[in-house]
Design a binder for this molecule. Structure first.
Ligand code: ATP
Length: 516
């Protein structure tokens, strides 16, 4: 059995080999944590974006979209707090010259202790069988007790240091825990420094007086600064939402795990404006709605969990992550935050413009509160790929790599293949492709054996292969081969459209989400 790490490596290689994701500037050996999407990747990514966009703007008449520019007035980032506080604590190892996030080094250390505890518990579970009382064991077994105490003290010390922004204490924890650099194996650490994650550039020529501007680190601020524009021109009534999909940039200190942590990535964010006092009700609503959106794809309900934040950002009064079980553990894919009226108030303060809403029902003006749902397109892409990638051994010992992608997201919905390259079969196959191409993204393939052609389609997750053979010329039927079951069935050409449509129809998912 391959370990999860090996499988993940294979997935990354598969993404490159089959045109899903390439390293950026590949011929120059790539650029750290920047990736390009290939011919299949971009289709899958676009399908994810459409599924999100429509679930916001089609299913809700009170949610509209915008597309704000990446460049924004620099004061936006002063007001939002990013200039002063969008930092990560970094530390360098003097021997390997490698840079790390101090918080991540400590969190990994905590995770290691957790693993030790779990190992002990697993052993005991096996030994004591059904009668095992986990809580009692934790309190009485000396070794486990020691680990638990160590973990709790460390966690408390770490949380306090983070809350107090105490960089010297973060370093001291790393020293006290004897954390070593994974590359050099030494404890030769520099001091911990704050590192701002925003990329900067200059706008205008120097003669004009160039202005320092930032590449946006989140798309949300484009929504906040357009709150009044949209509310007034769209005659929006509270509660209402503004949705946006767009690029964001963060100069991540340690970028790893493929498209999980990139320096240029894409976000799908929705800010929902509500009456003050009603935010926690809406927070709960959006938590549940977003979980249903994920689950409707059928990747496996058990692969999701909420992770409520203990430490809240200074502007938030509730926050949770939706985590997905990746091969490297449960990881955040989406954040849902109750951001109070912090952002609108800050922009009102810095711009001098009133960012208020007159509520005709209450006959009063107020600064709305905001619930945000924020999901990374690339992390969503990765979770879909991780759950879809399968290596299967077939009867007779053959193997295949198949992507069990939800059909609605699959880059190619069907591939049409003539059994042989003669007797008018290619022409017939082309005719069928012509018939389908206005509604579905299709491929045509006449090269190699049918078996090889099936494998190529399995590897990119195409749900249907349609084979034209000699009988087709007389009975107007084709053989449809299903990706997941590999079963084959004779289908009338006239019924093909409906068969594919049924499988890739997003309406089925939307109904699941809204419970109809
Ligand atoms: P993390 O703790 O993993 O750095 P975050 O809490 O900073 O993430 P948010 O600021 O809440 O992330 O951003 C919202 C979403 O944007 C995340 O849930 C994630 O899906 C996505 N995202 C954030 N940073 C990156 C990145 N560097 N690469 C890819 N996606 C990202």
């Amino acid at each position: 059995m391959a370990t999860q790490e090996e499988t993940f490596k294979k997935l990354v290689a598969h993404c490159k080999e089959y045109g899903f994701v390439f390293p950026s500037s590949d011929i120059y050996d790539g650029l750290g944590a920047v990736y390009d999407y290939g011919q299949n990747g971009v289709e899958l990514k676009n399908n994810i974006k459409k599924y999100w966009w429509d679930s916001m703007t089609l299913l809700h008449e009170n949610i509209v979209g915008i597309d704000a520019a990446i460049f924004m007035h620099p004061t936006v980032w002063k007001a939002s707090g990013h200039v002063d506080a969008f930092n990560d604590p970094l530390i360098d190892n003097r021997d390997s010259k490698k840079r790390y996030r101090a918080d991540v080094l400590i969190e990994d250390q905590i995770a290691k202790i957790d693993e030790k505890i779990e190992k002990e518990l697993a052993k005991a579970r096996k030994r004591f069988g059904e009668n095992f009382d986990e809580e009692l064991y934790k309190q009485t077994n000396e070794r486990v007790k020691e680990h638990v105490e160590h973990r709790d003290t460390l966690h408390e010390r770490y949380s306090k240091a983070m809350n107090d922004n105490d960089l010297a204490e973060l370093k001291q924890i790393i020293l006290d825990e004897e954390i070593v650099c994974p590359i050099s194996g030494t404890r030769n650490w520099t001091d911990v420094r704050q590192f701002n994650l925003m990329f900067q550039t200059e706008m205008g020529s120097t003669a004009d007086g160039a202005m320092k501007i930032y590449l946006r680190p989140e798309t949300a601020q484009g929504i906040f600064v357009n709150f009044l524009n949209v509310q007034k021109t769209g005659r929006m009534k509270i509660p209402f939402g503004i949705a946006q999909i767009g690029k964001a940039f963060r100069n991540e200190i340690v970028a790893r795990q493929f498209v999980f942590r990139m320096r240029e990535f894409e976000q799908m964010e929705m800010q929902f404006f509500v009456r003050p006092g009603e935010e926690l009700k809406w927070f709960e609503h959006w938590k549940q709605f977003r979980l249903r959106w994920h689950k409707a794809l059928g990747l496996g309900d058990e692969k999701y969990r909420f992770h409520d934040h203990e430490k809240l950002a200074h502007y938030a009064n509730a926050a949770t992550d939706i985590e997905f079980e990746m091969p490297f553990g449960f990881k955040e894919v989406e954040g849902i935050h109750s951001r109070t009226n912090f952002d609108l108030s800050q922009h009102a303060k810095y711009s001098g413009k009133k960012m208020e809403y007159f509520d005709p029902e209450l006959n009063q003006s107020y600064t709305p509160y905001v619930i945000e749902t924020s999901i990374g397109v690339d992390r969503m892409f990765l979770s879909v790929m991780c759950s879809a990638y399968k290596e299967e051994t077939l009867e007779g010992g053959d193997t295949r790599v198949v992507l069990n992608l939800p059909p609605v997201l699959a880059p190619v919905k069907a591939c049409v293949m003539p059994l042989v390259k003669k007797d008018g079969l290619p022409e017939k196959a082309r005719e069928i492709q012509e018939m389908l191409k206005f509604d579905f993204h299709t491929n045509y393939d006449e090269k190699d054996s049918i078996g090889k052609r099936y494998r190529r389609q399995d590897a990119i997750g195409t749900p249907f292969c349609i084979t034209v053979d000699h009988d087709t010329m007389t009975d107007n039927s084709v053989t449809v081969r299903y990706r997941d079951t590999m079963q084959q069935e004779r289908v009338k050409i006239d019924d093909l459209h409906a068969l594919i449509q049924k499988a890739v129809d997003p309406k089925v998912l939307y109904r699941k989400i809204v419970g109809k």
